[in-house]
Write a protein that binds this ligand. Structure first.
Ligand SMILES: *Cc1c(COP(=O)(O)O)cnc(C)c1O
Length: 398
């Protein structure tokens, strides 16, 4: 039997490089391989193309090209923003973040906590929403940095970053937002949103893996994370990843033009998928904010079954998604995000994140809608967790 055709509904994990992006990149692997910092014309022409890419990124975000620093990934951007904010304000020893951040922020916050910083982790309600009064009450004169993600990778929740940044700036603290999931799906204008740092990653917006952007607002004191050559005006050393920077510029230009499509066609397909699953499969629920959510994301829990087992059966049919219980320790703990929402364990263990893209077709959604009920029914017949008694489940360790 030949392998089934892949149905890729895992775009929040990584996304396909757009054909136009690849096409724009290819000459910079072969023909134009010069170093953009070289004095000769051969390298200089790569430098000019990088300037164009930087301008495209700036146009997509509503900022100046000089505020854009290219780096290796979203993780590097998050690490650098937090590092820089703390290094530049050594007298301020308090950080505020949330319980639902990506590990690229959460693990950095925990690292500084171990080093003696005070860290406030804002909680969320059952829909994953923040309480801005809690934020206001948490701000202190020595709060160096507030880090709140623009949109959550697991639930798709969108956070009110403009309002949050205004509150934070009024306190004289720095504001960082991890916008890796929001880019291309939410219209972001940095002229209106007063964050000091914003992070994005290429591979979540149909550019390659291994390229990212850190926006640093002009006038914000900056301490580089990576020391070495003078690249990126001394703010990020290391020879530029020229082809990927060029690809990211193209990807963001396309993403800007496609925000409308994401919020109409992609959203309609996502809604068809989510509503169809919730209607056809008993004991299922949507996790996250039913309203204020990324247009491509649906996180759905199927009670009494294990996410990993669901993924395995989906995988046999070529359907790719993620589970909300993947744990590095292998103990099948629900994710920190679903626990922060207080999703009951019997639901949280069977959570699947479906994340679509502009390449998702209606036919693919129909196939998933056709196959899922049987997968869940089959697993429920085998499930040891038929009771609502949470004590039957292993205790939470991560
Ligand atoms: C994927 C992701 C990251 C990490 O980006 P990388 O480029 O893979 O390092 C950070 N934050 C969020 C919200 C993400 O979804």
């Amino acid at each position: 039997m030949s392998a089934p055709k892949t149905i890729y509904l895992d775009n929040n994990a990584t996304s396909q490089v757009a054909p136009e992006v690849l096409e724009e990149m290819l000459p910079y692997f072969s023909e134009f391989y010069g170093n953009p910092s070289s004095m000769h014309h051969f390298g200089g022409q790569v430098g000019s193309k990088l300037d164009e890419a930087r301008q495209r990124v700036a146009d997509a975000l509503g900022c100046e090209p000089g505020e854009i620093i290219f780096n290796a990934c979203g993780t590097e951007g998050d690490n650098t923003a937090i590092y820089s904010a703390l290094e530049a304000n050594p007298d301020k020893r308090h950080i505020i973040t949330t319980r639902v951040e990506h590990p690229a922020v959460l693990n950095v916050a925990q690292h500084y906590e171990k080093k003696g910083y005070d860290v406030t982790y804002l909680g969320v309600d059952e829909y994953g929403r923040l309480d801005l009064d809690e934020l206001k009450a948490s701000l202190r004169p020595d709060t160096a940095l507030v880090s709140v993600m623009f949109a959550n990778n697991e639930t798709g929740n969108i956070y009110p970053i403009q309002e949050i940044a205004e509150i934070v700036k009024a306190n004289g603290s720095l504001m960082h937002t991890d916008a890796v999931q929001a880019i291309g799906k939410v219209d972001i204008d940095l002229k209106k949103i007063p964050v000091d740092f914003l992070v994005l990653s290429g591979h979540k917006v149909h550019a390659p893996k291994g390229i990212g952007v850190l926006f640093v607002r002009r006038g914000t004191p900056f301490r580089p994370f990576m020391l070495g050559g003078h690249q990126e005006r001394g703010r990020r050393a290391g020879t530029e990843n020229a082809a990927s920077i060029i690809g990211l510029g193209k990807a963001l230009q396309i993403a800007k033009d496609n925000i409308e499509l994401e919020n109409t066609r992609v959203k309609a397909l996502r809604d068809k998928l989510a509503n169809g699953l919730l209607e056809s499969i008993p004991d299922s629920r949507l996790n996250g904010d039913p309203e204020n959510r990324l247009p491509n994301t649906a996180n759905i829990s199927f009670k009494y079954v294990e996410g990993e087992a669901i993924l395995l059966l989906m995988d046999r049919l070529g359907i790719c998604a993620s589970s909300g219980s993947a744990c590095t320790s292998g103990s099948l703990e629900p994710s920190h995000v679903l626990r922060a929402l207080g999703v009951p364990f019997t639901f949280a263990h069977g959570s699947i994140r479906f994340s679509l893209s502009r390449y998702t077709t209606e036919e693919e959604v129909d196939t998933v809608l056709r196959e899922m009920p049987a997968i869940i029914e089959r697993l429920r017949k085998l499930s040891p967790f038929k009771s609502d008694d949470d004590t039957l489940l292993p205790p939470c360790t991560c």
